[in-house]
Ligand binder design. Structure first.
Ligand code: CA2
Length: 151
């Protein structure tokens, strides 16, 4: 039987993770993050669809797909966090438990990073925990989904 799937979605420029600004984003590449997230999800009994795009519409389409194909969403919308009503609306449509992740502490940086169009749709928000935040998000979702099933 196929395991329930969590979508892990990454916004623009996160494909360059590990190549610059290690003081803010650490030294890991997105492929390293994917491997760690897969291990953590696997241990909790979930499959992962890991996706990165530099295009807003592609992220919107993936979020729409989550309504049908995912039991949870982990999303680091990157710069679209602060600009995208389209991603906000797609998450509303998806009606899928969502955790918003930021590698850096967006509240300790430029003021424009403090506002998120995604947070109102997120069940939990993790910021400033580095790439470990993705693993915390999987752990939280696994717990949340288990509780939902036993309720
Ligand atoms: O802290 C985060 O995870 C962010 O979502 C990352 C975004 C930024 O726009 C958000 O405000 C906070 C930037 C992603 C760009 O990724 C880079 C990777 C390597 C070097 C520079 C940027």
């Amino acid at each position: 039987m196929q395991r329930p799937t969590i979508f892990v979605l990454n916004g623009p420029n996160l494909n360059t993770l590990g190549t610059r600004r290690p003081e803010i984003y650490g030294a890991e590449t997105l492929a390293d993050v994917e491997a760690r997230v897969r291990r953590r999800a696997d241990a909790a009994g979930f499959g992962i669809e890991f996706f990165q795009s530099n295009h807003e519409g592609e992220l919107v389409e993936k979020i729409q797909q989550a309504r049908r194909d995912a039991v949870g969403i982990v999303i680091n919308p990157a710069a679209y966090t602060h600009t995208s009503v389209a991603i906000h609306d797609a998450l509303e449509y998806a009606e899928t438990p969502t955790v918003e992740v930021h590698i850096s502490n967006v509240h300790a940086r430029e003021p424009f990073r403090r506002h998120s169009y995604v947070s109102p749709l997120a069940k939990a928000v993790i910021a400033g925990a580095g790439t470990l935040g993705y693993e915390f998000a999987i752990e939280w979702l696994a717990d949340h989904l288990r509780l939902q099933h036993t309720a």
